[in-house]
Design a protein around this ligand. Structure first.
Ligand SMILES: [Fe+2]
Length: 216
């Protein structure tokens, strides 16, 4: 619909990915993974500078795009986080368990901004959905502030509340994605963007559930 060519073969190939077993690891595989990580770091560097350039040009009014400047900052933060993870994997050979408080600060902000983008891209007639999106933006704004003020050792109760909110948010995003792809919701939200914000809610749910299990 948008004329943007999407290579679905990548997604199809990803669906076929399976976990390997330890006895499959040999020098050849280690080398291949290292090459893949190096290639990924180069691609990420290119993507990060591309996004930085777009942001710079847009905020100086030399370039026009229908994306919010905040959306460009948002995807820049995500690319940088991903780069940090790959870099750490390369340097240390593993990703150390990140600090739960910092993780929640990062993802609460991402979830809050998603709600703000959804709200701003809905058709003005979709009043109820706008109100719901506004509600989630406020909820995550509060959770974000609380996580920033929270003592690292006293995160349990906050994580439980964040998990509850994120479960409801995931349902809202699922219904939204179905409504957009099924042509039942009026908006200028790209179906791919709807899918993206849903996948990130699923990712955050996994992080929160993992933290909960670790404490039980
Ligand atoms: Fe995102």
């Amino acid at each position: 619909m948008t004329g943007i060519p999407i290579d679905v073969k990548i997604t199809e190939a990803e669906e076929r990915l399976r976990t390997g077993s330890c006895d499959m690891v040999n020098r050849e595989i280690v080398h291949q993974v290292k090459m893949l990580n190096q290639q990924m770091l180069r691609s990420l560097d290119g993507l990060i500078s591309f996004k930085e350039e777009i942001l710079r040009e847009v905020t100086k009014c030399r370039l026009y795009t229908t994306n919010y400047p905040l959306l460009i900052e948002h995807i820049l933060r995500e690319a940088k986080l991903y780069r940090e993870m790959i870099e750490e994997l390369e340097q240390r050979g593993r990703i150390t368990a990140p600090d739960q408080r910092n993780l929640e600060i990062f993802w609460n902000q991402i979830m809050m901004e998603h709600a703000q983008f959804i709200r701003g891209l809905l058709d003005p007639t979709e009043c109820d959905l706008m109100d719901t999106a506004d509600g989630f933006a406020k909820d995550y704004c509060r959770l974000l502030e609380e996580a920033q003020q929270q003592d690292r050792k006293a995160m349990n109760a906050l994580t439980a509340r964040t998990l509850q909110t994120t479960k409801q948010y995931q349902q809202f995003k699922t219904a939204g994605t179905e409504g957009i792809t099924g042509c039942e919701i009026r908006s200028i939200i790209l179906p791919l963007l709807a899918d993206h914000v849903l996948r990130e809610a699923n990712h955050y749910l996994r992080i929160l559930e993992h933290a909960q299990k670790g404490r039980d």
